[in-house]
Design a protein around this ligand. Structure first.
Ligand SMILES: [Zn+2]
Length: 500
């Protein structure tokens, strides 16, 4: 069959050309859940991120939408409840969309946030997909019953048409999902039913490398033939500057970004591209920290080299952080690395550090194989430095404490600890500075916290492990900064947060 024949078959199955042309907006009401692969206690066990309900009104042939979403998140239990309007390169959000600060906002959103959403709506709506293929000049090609849509700035979109029914049943695209590189995102459409003039799916499932990450049951889908411009009006269209890199990120990592967004972390829309300060900050003699917008890297001076703890986020950020790591102790090459745990957001840029050459990586024994795999994966969607400059890496699984001499005559100690957060958790202790570095277990606060102010029991577990290990700690340094960019706090603050 020709491309036109397959497309005609799909158009006919969805309700016919006349009905599709007349459908200007669609309104979708749905409930569902989102899971996060590789963010649970072990790499192959997806973490429940949120249960959600939403009503979406979107312009089928355009970049305008109004999304009213409520969700119960799990990482930090929060009730998200917001309405987001996208209108081309501008947008607005009103309500609670951020788990770390669940106070209502009423603010403009950047173009790349709108673009990420639009990509997601395209992937999950047969009406939008087919409409895009019907645009004059659209780059569409059939291979059997798979229609491939090529759009500038996006990974190719492959739409599988059921030869028997003509209905689009599966959409596939390859995105970048840090730190594993190329990942196959598939959207499955099921339970097609007639709704007015069109035929639409009421069950939508998204998988990443065959792991289900998103399921929604649509209770209502209606189309309308007119568009109410008021529906998509943005209160104040203050432009938010968009870089080309941010716009590209929104398209090649759309579902990677949205997994964080469903968990209530809006900043993943942003593509962080560099640390907050121009250079690493001093913590103690021979100890520095690179402060990122959301994640930090500890840098320690060793006798003849430098050791770094954490390579956060993704290559675009870590390549800039690496410059600060390398300038922290001039003349001492970065040759050792510690990952506190396998969660993407703390080690996503590890390949950038590895491409520097000669890197030994210390990770908790349970995830050593996961880390080995990171260095063998294809990275074609958005090639990183390592893709073109692979270097040998030594992954050292940690079971018993690793004690390394530091430049100041003391030791750097890597300890495995027990934590609800992940099975491979480790902390780093510096004996001279009496510092412990940890990630995700407690974020340092600028003043004494309220007793028991912690996520689950994570602070309690951290404190108890410090005591069990007999570490003489004065200061806790965080992979995440707490309020007011506080990256370090006295041990007594942690003890109080732990409710002890
Ligand atoms: Zn984590």
């Amino acid at each position: 069959m020709s491309t036109q024949d397959v497309l005609d078959q799909a158009v006919s199955a969805l309700g016919g050309r006349e009905a599709l042309d007349a459908a200007v907006t669609e309104t979708i009401t749905a409930t569902g859940w989102r899971r996060h692969p590789g963010w649970g206690t072990e790499p192959h066990k997806p973490e429940a991120v949120a249960e959600f309900a939403f009503t979406l009104v979107d312009e089928i042939g355009g970049p305008r939408y109004k999304l009213s979403l409520s969700a119960q998140t799990h990482l930090v239990p929060t009730e998200l409840d917001y309405t987001e309007i996208g209108n081309g390169s501008t947008g607005h959000v009103k309500g609670i969309d951020f788990m770390f600060d669940p106070r209502p906002v009423d603010m403009a959103i950047p173009a790349w946030r709108v673009a990420t959403r639009v990509r997601h709506f395209d992937l999950t709506s047969p009406l939008r997909l087919v409409r895009a293929m019907l645009v004059p000049g659209a780059d569409v090609e059939a291979n059997g019953h798979i229609l491939t849509l090529r759009q500038a700035g996006r990974p190719d979109t492959h739409v599988h048409v059921d030869p028997r029914t003509g209905l689009p049943v599966r959409v596939e695209t390859v995105e970048e999902h840090t730190p594993l590189g190329d990942a196959t995102v598939a959207v499955l459409f099921e339970d097609y039913r007639r709704s007015g003039t069109v035929v639409v799916p009421f069950e939508v499932t998204i998988t990443v490398d065959d792991v289900p990450v998103h399921q929604e049951t649509r209770s209502g889908i209606t189309v309308a033939s007119t568009v109410l411009d008021d529906e998509f009006a943005v209160p104040e269209a203050e432009p938010v500057e968009a870089s080309a890199a941010q716009m590209a990120f929104s398209q090649f990592s759309a579902e990677w970004i949205l997994t964080y967004v469903y968990s209530g972390v809006r900043f993943y829309f942003d593509l962080q591209t560099k640390p907050l300060s121009d250079g690493p900050l001093d913590i103690a003699p021979g100890v520095k920290i690179v402060i990122g917008p959301s994640h930090n890297t500890l840098v320690v001076e060793m006798p003849d080299h430098t050791l770094a703890v954490e390579s956060p986020l993704y290559g675009d950020y870590t390549s800039e952080a690496l410059k600060q790591v390398k300038e922290a102790f001039p003349g001492k090459p970065l040759t050792e690395f510690v990952g506190t745990h396998f969660h993407y957001d703390h080690i996503g840029g590890i390949r950038e550090f590895a491409s520097n050459g000669g890197l030994t990586v210390y990770v908790g024994e349970p995830t050593a194989a996961f880390f080995e795999n990171i260095f063998t994966r294809p990275y074609t969607v958005h090639p990183d430095t390592y893709a073109t400059k692979p270097e040998p890496v030594t992954v050292k699984p940690v079971t018993d404490p690793v004690i390394l001499p530091t430049a100041d005559g003391g030791t750097l100690q890597i300890h495995r600890i027990t934590s609800d957060h992940s099975d491979d958790m480790m902390i780093v202790y510096l004996s001279t500075a009496k510092i412990v570095f940890e990630s995700d277990l407690w974020n340092p606060t600028p003043s004494m916290p309220r007793s028991g102010d912690q996520r689950g029991r994570l602070a309690t577990q951290l404190y108890q492990e410090i005591v069990r290990l007999g570490l003489d700690v004065e200061t806790v340094v965080g992979g995440h900064s707490g309020p007011d960019q506080t990256h370090a706090a006295p041990l007594a603050y942690l003890k109080t947060a732990a409710g002890l």
